[in-house]
Every structure is written in C-alpha cells, then in structure tokens.
Design a protein around this ligand. Structure first.
Ligand code: HEM
Length: 205
C-alpha cells in the first residue's frame, strides 16, 4: 500500500521556491542598503550597483510570485472552521507536554495567519518600494515614510519567516518533504492535518 499522498503539485513547489529565493536575495541585498554595517554583503553580488539592481529585479519577482502564491491558496487560508477555533483556544498544543489532536484542514490557523501576513506585507513592501524607487516623482514626506515603513514590514516578515522555516523543518519533522518532493507520509497527514487527509483520501484517520 502507498505510504504517501500528494500535498503540492510541481508548479506549486516551484512557485514557493521562487518566492523563497527572491525573499532571501532581497534580504541580502536589502541589508546593505539599510546600513553600512552590512555593506560586506554587496560583494556577494559583485558590488553595490549590481546589488541595488538585483534588489529591484527581485522585488518585482517577489511581488508577483508571492501575490500569485496567495491567490492560489486563498480559499484554504482565508476561512476558519470549528477545528481551527479549538486549535487557537489551545494555542496549537504548543504550550502543553501532551500531544493534542486537532481537526485541522490543509493549513492550521498559524499557517493561515502567516500566509495572510505575507500577502499583506508583500503589498505593503511593493507599494512603499515604488515610492523609494522613484523618489523624485513623489512628495518628500511620502518617500521618507515609505523608507521607515519598508524597513518595519521587512522586520515583521523576517520574524515570521524565521518561525515558518523552523516549524517547516526541525519543529515538525516530515513537513519539509511536502515542499521538496510534493508528497507527504500518510501518517504525517493524519497527525497534522486529519481533516484534509479525510477530504483527500476519503479514509477515516
Ligand atoms: C528555507 C526557507 C523555507 C522553507 C524550508 C519553507 C518550507 C515550507 C514548507 C515545508 C511548507 C509546506 C507546509 C505544509 O505542507 O504544511 C511551506 C509552505 C508555505 N511557505 Fe515556506 N518555506 C521557506 C520559505 C518561505 C518564505 C521566504 C515564504 C514567504 C515569504 C514562504 C511562504 C510559505 C507559505 C505562504 C506557505 C503556505 C502556508 C504555510 O504552510 O504556512 N516560505 N513552506
């Protein structure tokens, strides 16, 4: 009997890794733009001018790929059901020693919050980025406010992404297989997303 079920198609995984690649390139090129302390990172891209160009190109790539990724799974991340509320009331079971069993669909509320935050941050970073990119076309206060807002949204995003990477790797073993190979073990699906497992396989976990 097959031990695996499909969680993400190839195109969904390619899209996720494009978002990830552009996000981390923006991080490395952006740090150097933010402070002299990080100018060393510019050498990874062959100098400041290339790094700035990369930041603009990757900004456009990240904006469209991230919004497209959100629109792709908008239905799964924007609705809450009873199982989600129980998960929230028990803090996802993270604050107890004993494993809780939650009736969770494709994503848990923490993942939904992350996906919605990243979509909102993408819009905010993209719009403020336009003002910073073309400073002469806009009033000075808008450009200055955009610089501050761009940095704040970035700090928020990186904090969420650090938690996301931890939970998707060492925090919940087996999860990374979903984004690497597209398939997850049935035993993983029954444990973390039993409602989704039932919908996909019509089995009772
Ligand atoms: C090395 C970095 C990353 C790793 C290892 C990683 C891993 C994963 C994995 C394994 C999943 C599937 C979770 C599941 O099936 O339940 C996932 C989903 C997702 N990832 Fe990532 N990811 C990374 C970076 C990013 C970045 C930079 C973003 C956005 C800025 C992002 C956004 C998302 C979103 C929106 C989802 C769907 C919702 C969720 O599972 O939270 N990921 N990621």
């Amino acid at each position: 009997m097959n031990k695996y079920i499909e969680r993400f198609s190839t195109s969904e995984r390619v899209l996720h890794w494009i978002v990830t690649g552009s996000f981390f390139t923006l991080l490395l090129t952006g740090l150097g733009l933010y402070s002299r302390l990080f100018h060393g990172y510019f050498s990874l891209f062959g100098g400041g001018q290339v790094a700035i160009l990369m930041h603009k190109i990757m900004g456009v790539v990240f904006f469209f790929s991230s919004i497209y990724m959100f629109l792709n799974h908008k239905k799964d991340v924007s609705t809450f059901d009873d199982g989600d509320w129980v998960w929230i009331k028990k803090y996802g079971g993270y604050l107890t020693r004993y494993g809780n069993h939650f009736d969770i669909g494709k994503y848990n509320p923490g993942q939904k919050l992350f996906a919605v935050f990243i979509a909102a941050a993408t819009l905010a970073l993209g719009i403020s980025g336009i003002f910073i990119w073309f400073p002469l076309f806009f009033p000075r206060w808008i450009v200055q406010f955009s610089l501050l807002f761009h940095c704040l949204m970035f700090v928020g995003s990186i904090m969420f992404v650090i938690v996301h990477v931890y939970l998707a790797t060492i925090g919940n073993p087996g999860t990374i297989e979903a984004m690497l190979y597209g398939d997850v073990r049935k035993i993983w699906a029954k444990k973390h997303h039993p409602k989704w497992y039932k919908e996909v396989t019509h089995d009772n976990p």
